[in-house]
Design a protein around this ligand. Structure first.
Ligand code: HEM
Length: 212
């Protein structure tokens, strides 16, 4: 494995653990959006599949696991694609029907929520067609968008700490600013990584981790 791939594998692993941790904390403490109490089932249908997705999807990118246990990769992939559709559908509901940050959230989550769902569907269909390079690329996009919920918190929480005692309006604004920045950062990085590994010939199934 190249140095850059090893570094990315470590960062992705760390982010996945953080994402699972944030989600478990949320299940015990709840969030600021009142809509979560209004629609507890939708909230659970987002957070629980979300944390399972974050915990298990990284294994799908590991070449060692794919080549040693191909049946596991296939079955886990089918389950993760289903889980992704559930959590993404619930994300669209939350972002559009009960947005914490109003219209801006409806637009941003509408766009990226749809992109997440389309990536999963395209990733799945390409695997069925045995078009594995495209399969890998769409699954990378979906996972990058999913992981951006960690970066969102890594931006949002320090902002709240710096402000000290934010008003509701400030919290709404910085929440959607953090969401938007993290989505674009992750999407941009995913596109860079896809092109970087494609041109260096790593896009086949021979390389490791997120490069394969
Ligand atoms: C893939 C793994 C994901 C996990 C583990 C996850 C987890 C969570 C958690 C724990 C919350 C509650 C946050 C809080 O209020 O403290 C949340 C909220 C939310 N998530 Fe996700 N999420 C994931 C993916 C996504 C995706 C892909 C989208 C959309 C593109 C999304 C959109 C949202 C929205 C809109 C909210 C509510 C924000 C608000 O209005 O307060 N999530 N998520």
């Amino acid at each position: 494995m190249k140095k850059s791939e090893l570094l990315l594998t470590i960062v992705v692993g760390l982010f996945s653990v953080l994402g699972v941790g944030f989600s478990i904390t949320f299940l015990f403490t709840g969030g600021a959006n009142e809509g979560f109490e209004q629609y507890p089932n939708v909230t659970l249908a987002h957070v629980v599949p979300g944390l399972i997705y974050l915990a298990l999807a990284p294994l799908q990118f590991l070449q060692t696991i794919r080549s040693k246990y191909p049946a596991y990769h296939r079955w886990s992939g089918r389950i993760l694609a289903t889980i992704g559709l559930i959590l993404g559908g619930a994300a669209l509901f939350i972002g559009i029907i009960i947005p914490y940050s109003g219209l801006l959230e409806q637009i941003v989550i509408g766009g990226f929520g749809l992109f997440f769902l389309v990536s999963i569907v395209k990733g799945f269909l390409n695997a069925r067609r045995r078009n594995f390079e495209e399969h890998r690329e769409w699954m990378l996009r979906a996972y990058a968008i999913g992981l951006s919920i960690v970066t969102m918190r890594l931006i949002f929480i320090p902002i709240l700490i710096v402000i000290g005692n934010p008003t509701r309006e400030e919290a709404e604004l910085y929440s959607i600013v953090s969401f938007t920045a993290s989505f674009f950062l992750h999407w941009g990085f995913a596109e860079y990584w896809i092109r970087h590994t494609r041109s260096s010939g790593n896009a086949s199934s021979t390389s490791d981790a997120v490069s394969s």
